[in-house]
Design a binder for this molecule. Structure first.
Ligand SMILES: Nc1ncnc2c1ncn2[C@@H]1O[C@H](COP(=O)(O)OP(=O)(O)O)[C@@H](O)[C@H]1O
Ligand SMILES: Nc1ccn([C@@H]2O[C@H](COP(=O)(O)OP(=O)(O)O)[C@@H](O)[C@H]2O)c(=O)n1
Length: 208
């Protein structure tokens, strides 16, 4: 089974993807980490505006490095939203993601274009959202828990800018797949969101 989860920044996709993967014993790929890793490489080379250098970094990306805590920073997230608009970078990362998804027994992938581009035939597609204010509140809590000093208003502005860039780009923009089930988690805590997601997966797989 392939479960495709898309949605805007800090909507809770990763948390849901991890829990759904554990529940069904499937591997999980947080595809945002791929773009974050490319961005961090380019930031280190002060070449964030160079699409060709980005494609080169994407082609030689080592998945073993995806656990690096630096990838979780706000700077990496903002950089990822820049490099992910380069079609060459996206193209260079397609095959790795498709292979991950197609390896038996399947997988749970979360990102921005999983249901639309990477796995258009996924059995289950979820489009996870929450209000921008709630997403900024969650991201601020998360960063504070990691010891970072954060300004929630700045995080909200960053989230809005990132949403606009991700939804407005020409190459694989963030949008729900036509057959995606929408899950708004604004009023749901993590457990309630997980229960709602499992109900959707069960309904979808029974209907198939
Ligand atoms: N339903 C929820 N209610 C409250 N907090 C949540 C919920 N889902 C996720 N979180 C928290 O919000 C933050 C962002 O969630 P995450 O899963 O990383 O989002 P995304 O992968 O969409 O960026 C994390 O700190 C996570 O623990
Ligand atoms: N499949 C994906 C995953 C991420 N991305 C880009 O990478 C950035 C970081 O993604 P992420 O999922 O790690 O970010 P958060 O939602 O966790 O903040 C996003 O803002 C997108 O621009 C993408 O374009 N396609």
């Amino acid at each position: 089974m392939i479960v495709a989860i898309d949605g805007p920044a800090a909507s809770g996709k990763g948390t849901l993807a991890r829990r759904i993967a554990a529940h069904y014993g499937l591997p999980h790929l947080d595809t945002g980490l791929l773009y974050r890793a490319v961005a961090v490489k380019l930031i280190h080379r002060t070449m964030l505006d160079d699409a060709e250098a980005g494609a080169e970094e994407a082609r030689r990306l080592d998945p073993a490095g995806l656990n690096d805590p630096e990838l979780r920073s706000e700077a990496a997230g903002a950089g990822a939203s820049v490099v992910s608009a380069y079609p060459q970078v996206r193209q260079a990362l397609v095959e790795f993601q498709r292979r991950f998804a197609a390896t038996p027994p399947g997988a749970v992938l979360d990102g921005r274009d999983i249901g639309t581009v990477i796995c258009p035939d996924a059995e289950v597609k979820l489009y996870v959202t929450a209000s921008a204010e709630e997403r900024a509140r969650r991201r601020a809590l998360e960063l504070r828990a990691r010891g970072e000093t954060v300004d929630e208003a700045e995080i909200l502005a960053d989230i809005r800018a990132r949403d606009a860039r991700d939804m407005g780009r020409t190459s694989a923009p963030l949008k729900p797949a036509e057959d995606a089930v929408h899950l708004d988690t604004t009023e749901l805590d993590a457990d309630a969101a997980f229960a709602a997601a499992i109900a959707i997966v069960e309904r979808r797989t029974k209907a198939a």
